[in-house]
Design a protein around this ligand. Structure first.
Ligand code: HEC
Ligand code: HEC
Length: 230
C-alpha cells in the first residue's frame, strides 16, 4: 500500500531525527530545519521580490494605498507554501503545482488529521530533510473558515479581518501572526528545495502592519478565484 510505505519511510526517518539534530550538517552539508536568519534589510531576490511598504508612499489616497499594500501582501498569502495549507476542502496540497497531498490525508475533526493519519505522525516541529517531510510546531490545516483557495482577493481580505472567521483575532493580532507565527515562518524555510514564499517574513509583517495602519481597506470582491502564477 502506497500510504503505508510512505508512512514507514517517514517513521524510519523520525528515528534518525536524533542523529540529525546532533549533526545538523549531516545531510549533504545543508542545515536541517533551523530557519535561515534573514536580515530585514537584505535586498530581496529579483524573482521572489516583495515590495516594501515605503514603495507605496506615492499613492496619496489612504484607502487606495491600503488596498495596494494588501494586494502586495497577498502574493505571500497565495503562494503555494501558504495556500497549500489554506484549502477550501479537506485535503492539504503539495508542491508548487498544488497537487492533492500524497498519501491522501484529510483534516478530520480538529484539522490535525483522522485518527489513523495524524499530521504529527509525519510532520515534526521542523523539516526532516532526509524524508523530505516539511515541519513546524503545531503543523495542521488552517480551519475551513480561513480557506483561501478558490476565493477572490477581496473575499480573502474581508475574511482575514473578520474575528468570526479569523480565530477571534484583532487586526493587531493578525499583524503579530503574520510577523511571528512559527508556521508562517516556515514559508521562508520550507526545506528540501521547495520555493520559499516571496520576500521574507519581516517584510511580509511590515506590509500587513502598513495595511492595518492605513485602515485595512480591501480590494473589491470581483468573484475572480485567485490562483497566483507559480
Ligand atoms: C501547515 C499548515 C499551514 C501553513 C503552511 C500556513 N498556515 Fe496559515 N494557518 C494555519 C493554521 C492552523 C491557522 C490557524 C491558527 C490559529 O487560529 O491559531 C492559520 C492561520 C493563519 C492566519 C490567521 C488569519 C486567517 O484568517 O487566516 C494567517 C494570516 C495565516 N495563517 C498566514 C499564513 C501565511 C502567510 C503562510 C505562509 C507564509 C501560512 N499561513 C502558511 C496553517 C498553516
Ligand atoms: C504519512 C505521512 C504524512 C501524513 C500523515 C501527513 N503528511 Fe503532509 N506531507 C508528507 C510528506 C512526505 C510531504 C512532502 C511531500 C513532497 O514534498 O514530495 C508532505 C507535505 C505536506 C504539505 C506540502 C508542503 C508544500 O508546500 O509543498 C502540506 C501542506 C502538508 N503535508 C500538510 C499535512 C497536513 C495538514 C496533514 C494532516 C491533515 C498531513 N500533511 C499529514 C507526509 C505526511
Amino acid at each position: 500500500m502506497r500510504a503505508q510505505s510512505h508512512f514507514a519511510r517517514v517513521r524510519s526517518a523520525s528515528a534518525v531525527l536524533v542523529a540529525l539534530l546532533a549533526a545538523p550538517a549531516a545531510c549533504g552539508g545543508r542545515p536541517t530545519g533551523a530557519p535561515t536568519p534573514v536580515s530585514p534589510t537584505a535586498p530581496a531576490q529579483a524573482a521572489t521580490d516583495l515590495r516594501a511598504p515605503e514603495s507605496f508612499a506615492s499613492i496619496t489616497d489612504r484607502a487606495e494605498r491600503s488596498r495596494a499594500l494588501f494586494v502586495e501582501a497577498s502574493r505571500v498569502l497565495l503562494s503555494p507554501r501558504c495556500a497549500n495549507c489554506h484549502p477550501s476542502d479537506d485535503s492539504p496540497r503539495q508542491h508548487d503545482t498544488r497537487d492533492l497531498h500524497d498519501p491522501p490525508v484529510t483534516r478530520g475533526s480538529d484539522d490535525r488529521g483522522v485518527p489513523a493519519m495524524r499530521c504529527a505522525s509525519c510532520h515534526q516541529d521542523q523539516n526532516l530533510e532526509m524524508a523530505r517531510v516539511p515541519g513546524a510546531p503545531g503543523w495542521r490545516l488552517a480551519p475551513k473558515s480561513m480557506a483561501w483557495m478558490g476565493k477572490s482577493l477581496g473575499a480573502i481580505c474581508v475574511q482575514v479581518k473578520d474575528p468570526a472567521r479569523n480565530g477571534g483575532r484583532s487586526l493587531d493580532k493578525i499583524v503579530e501572526h503574520a510577523a511571528h507565527d512559527p508556521i508562517v515562518a516556515w514559508g521562508w524555510s520550507p526545506g528540501h528545495g521547495r520555493t520559499p514564499a516571496p520576500g521574507d517574513q519581516a517584510r511580509f509583517g511590515a506590509l500587513v502592519s502598513a495595511w492595518v495602519d492605513t485602515g485595512a481597506a480591501c480590494p473589491a470582491d470581483d468573484g475572480n478565484p485567485n490562483e497566483v502564477p507559480r
